[in-house]
Design a protein around this ligand. Structure first.
Ligand SMILES: Nc1ncnc2c1ncn2[C@@H]1O[C@H](COP(=O)(O)OP(=O)(O)OP(=O)(O)O)[C@@H](O)[C@H]1O
Length: 355
């Protein structure tokens, strides 16, 4: 049995089903990401795992215990929220040890836990300060310290970095990753940020409308998105989607342009429910070349290490993400080239992956 099992969990509020049968098995020590657009039910699912609310049906097991209807205090979990929820009148050391005190942990053990956690998070010099005297990042670290002090079975994070500025977010993201590598505590982490999802997760559950669209490693999700929604949600800029149709010769064409395919992709096309197929190309799969799909450069967005180039082609606007600076200028005629290995095919009607 895994560290956390979620079995056919459904939740309705006022007859509206918010979670529509969620199944997830999380292994011991794993870092699971719940990601999806606003309102897809990530936080609702996390509250069921935490015991802040109960499912309408289904079961939740932590280890071999059925905790579906157990209170939060009986689940051996620790939560870190986006609002740090520190006690303003207590100093950092007291904030860290408060949960232990409530559980009647002896003083010597509490002191040892404060030292262990403070060392791990490098906040030893802040132990006497009140939350009001700390920066956002330091407060977030204290909030994590409080959760870590208990050595819980399960660590739950609800968008813990969303209140931090961009630079601090990147730093704290790396710290959370290091912390997990050190403690190997099973973790469930909610975010709507795909970079956090890809960089932190051992596995990612991509959610939409109360359902898991795909559950896999970051590489699975990026390299073999299960459907069009996952393909467009993960990756920035988003995957280019070209509407194509099956030609008489077993291939694909769009606006009279023949699209490159591998032989296994031609075979996969036979699973399409109708004639319509969506041909997906990630911006990073495209290069400027001497020959290929012609188009006109309509916009350039240099970011420093790479440039996003918008090209108007017979197949529509296509975004290419090319390394470094580009020598071409807006208005120039260019050619786009790609390898058939980088093509993703989706059934236009069902939006499911074909190959
Ligand atoms: N207690 C509640 N009563 C009624 N509806 C609720 C309740 N809690 C959540 N919802 C609804 O459930 C849906 C999912 O909400 P949830 O907070 O889980 O989404 P989320 O994916 O975490 O979104 P966000 O990224 O915006 O936090 C929303 O439509 C929300 O309005």
């Amino acid at each position: 049995m895994g560290a956390l099992s979620i079995r056919n969990v459904r939740k309705a509020y006022h007859q509206i089903e918010i979670l529509k049968g969620i199944d997830l098995e999380v292994e011991s020590g794993e870092f699971l990401i719940l990601v999806g657009p606003s309102g897809c039910g990530k936080s609702t699912l996390l509250s069921m795992i935490a015991g802040l609310d109960f499912p309408t049906s289904g079961q939740i097991h932590i280890g071999d215990r059925d905790v579906t209807y157990a209170l939060p205090k009986d689940r051996d979990i620790a939560m870190v929220f986006q609002s740090y929820a520190l006690y303003p009148n207590m100093n950092v050391a007291q904030n860290i040890s408060f949960g232990l005190e409530m559980r009647k942990v002896p003083k010597a053990e509490r002191e040892a836990a404060i030292q262990r956690v403070a060392k791990m998070l490098q906040i030893e010099h802040l132990l006497d300060r009140k939350p009001g005297q700390l920066s956002g990042g330091q407060r977030q670290r204290v909030a994590m310290g409080r959760a870590l002090a208990r050595e819980p079975k399960l660590f739950l994070f609800d968008e813990p970095l969303s209140n931090l500025d961009a630079k601090l977010r990147v730093e704290m993201r790396a710290e959370i990753k290091l912390l997990h590598q050190r403690t190997r505590t099973t973790t469930v982490y909610v975010t709507h940020d795909q970079v956090e999802a890809m960089t932190l997760g051992d596995r990612i559950a991509v959610m939409k409308d109360g359902q898991v669209q795909q559950f896999g490693t970051p590489d699975d999700i990026y390299s073999r998105p299960a459907n069009r929604f996952v393909a467009e949600f993960i990756g920035s800029p988003a995957m280019n989607m070209l509407e194509a149709s099956r030609g008489g010769n077993g291939g694909l064409s769009a606006h009279g342009v023949e699209l490159t395919l591998l032989s296994e992709q031609r075979q996969a096309l036979q699973r399409a429910s109708g004639g319509g197929v969506t041909y997906g190309l990630r911006p990073e799969a495209l290069q400027f070349a001497d020959t290929g799909l012609p188009g006109q450069l309509s916009m350039l967005e240099p970011t420093g290490p790479e440039t996003y180039a918008m090209v108007d082609t017979a197949l529509g606007h296509i975004v290419a993400r090319v390394p470094g600076k580009v020598t071409q200028r807006v208005g120039d005629r260019v050619h786009l080239a790609w390898s058939a290995h980088d093509v993703h095919l989706f059934d236009a009607a069902s939006q499911q992956r074909l190959g």
